[in-house]
Design a protein around this ligand. Structure first.
Ligand code: TNX
Length: 440
């Protein structure tokens, strides 16, 4: 028993416009039985019935139809009832080391949602660039987003607030929440270049386009710092309908431990003041974390007493261990792009792990979800982004969606193999991993 759908019918179903002739019925169940994102699909010889409690569930159900329709549009008959393991399933794009345009970000969202990724984390600022307009602080983007910014000076550009709103709305229409990150107190050289009054001695600092980390810091003991940070976070909060603001907090190697805590004790409450939850890289666990704050664990080590303590205090965790989910790690020793400081990350390594077993103190209940960062030091194009993202991101998306007991590498391998021809037809770059595709 099968039913055949056309690409147009799938597109209409995705947009919420399916016609009777499409054979795809979509219904909201009127109860919460499927949860915020779950759905049920019934496929018979006479058509498809898709039910969900919320519009997001209908949207993810259509993505499952897309996966099942494998090229020829033929859907196998049967019933699928499905819902996500984690509420937060993110991909991160680093716009600071290399800028990507509004259209490029939108096209990336279109590819991410096919795997039910529901958060887009934008790393907007770093030592090499500042990529979001902040009213009252024009030199951040004039200089920090201007010519010669980004790694090797090859990633200039920035988002105006109108551009950002455009990205946010586009993502929201596809049930993706944008999570903006302004990294602080470290990773701020671009801000210090634009506004020398933020440096310790008020003296100008030179722009940097190399990939070093840990040399720049906002000054914990200066009031100008907090006026700046508060304007930035209020701007972000006003521009962001989603519930999270990411304040970075990683690799502050030139900030003393005391200054780091002093800075965060003033900054971590600010997202809450503007109605948002703070997310920070896990180093923030060294400070007192306000209620609702979330720590994002990024190290490969399977032990972190700070994160354990944050969980014991009731804080939620996002898992991003670099040796499993960093999309900027090389797949193998020959990979032209990417880094290898956390080791090589072949596709199976990204698939075969359990977020609830990476740190002893972080169990299922403490997990908000899983996120796959893509840092862009070595990236120069959308093709580069896609090459490191596919097929690894789908592996991580399944870690975030499917129950651990139902996941199986051999099954994933067979299913993702079908995407090779699809990506080729769509002009999407990907790594033809020998783990998935036999040598041609
Ligand atoms: C570490 S992971 C960083 C980034 C780099 C990345 C490269 C983290 C929170 N910070 O600044 O881009 O490694 O893999």
């Amino acid at each position: 028993m099968t039913f055949t759908v056309t690409p147009d019918a799938l597109a209409r179903a995705e947009a919420g416009e399916s016609a009777a002739a499409d054979g795809i019925g979509r219904e909201l169940s009127g109860s919460d039985e499927f949860g915020a994102e779950g759905y049920r699909l019934e496929i018979t010889a006479s058509g498809v019935t898709l039910r969900a409690s919320e519009p997001a569930g209908l949207f993810w159900g259509v993505q499952t139809l897309r996966q099942l329709a494998a090229g020829d549009g033929v859907l196998p008959g049967g019933t699928i009832e499905d819902r996500p393991r984690f509420a937060y399933r993110a991909a991160m794009l680093d716009l600071a080391r290399h800028f990507f345009t509004v259209d490029e970000i939108k096209a990336h969202v279109d590819l991410l949602v096919q795997f039910k990724i529901n958060h887009l984390h934008l790393h907007l600022t770093d030592d090499q660039g500042w990529r979001l307009e902040i009213p009252g602080w024009p030199r951040l983007t004039e200089i920090g987003g201007g010519p010669g910014t980004g790694c090797d000076g090859e990633g200039p550009g920035f988002l105006t607030l109108a551009d950002y709103a455009d990205v946010v709305a586009y993502a929201a229409a596809r049930f993706v929440t944008v999570v903006p990150e302004v990294d602080m107190p470290g990773h701020v050289n671009a801000a210090l270049v634009a506004y020398p009054e933020l440096t310790a001695d008020g003296q100008p600092v030179a722009p940097r386009t190399d990939a070093e980390v840990g040399y720049s810091s906002l000054v914990a003991g200066k009031e100008e710092t907090y006026a700046f940070v508060e304007t930035v976070l209020k701007t972000l909060a006003d521009a962001t309908p989603g519930p999270y603001l990411h304040i970075g907090g990683d690799e502050c190697l030139s900030t003393s431990a005391e200054d780091y805590r002093a800075f965060l004790s003033r900054v971590l409450p600010l997202p809450g003041k503007y109605g948002k939850r703070a997310i920070g890289w896990h180093e923030i666990a060294a400070a007192g974390l306000p209620e609702g704050a979330v720590v994002q664990y990024w190290r490969p080590e399977q032990q972190d007493t700070g994160v354990d303590a944050a969980v014991a205090a009731g804080r939620a965790v996002i898992m991003s261990p670099a040796d499993r989910v960093y999309l900027d790690m090389k797949y193998d020793a020959d990979t032209r792009l990417g880094l290898d400081w956390a080791g090589l990350v072949p596709v199976r390594r990204a698939y075969d792990w359990d977020p609830a077993r990476h740190l002893p103190g972080v169990t299922e209940e403490a997990l908000l979800g899983v996120a796959a960062p893509l840092w862009s030091e070595t990236l120069r194009s959308v093709a580069d982004v896609q090459f490191l993202t596919f097929p690894r991101l789908p592996a991580i998306a399944e870690v975030g969606w499917s129950p651990q007991a139902r996941r199986d590498w051999e099954s994933f391998r067979e299913r993702i193999a079908l995407f090779g021809p699809r990506w080729e037809a769509a002009g999407v770059s990907y790594f033809r991993s020998p783990e998935i595709w036999a040598a041609d």
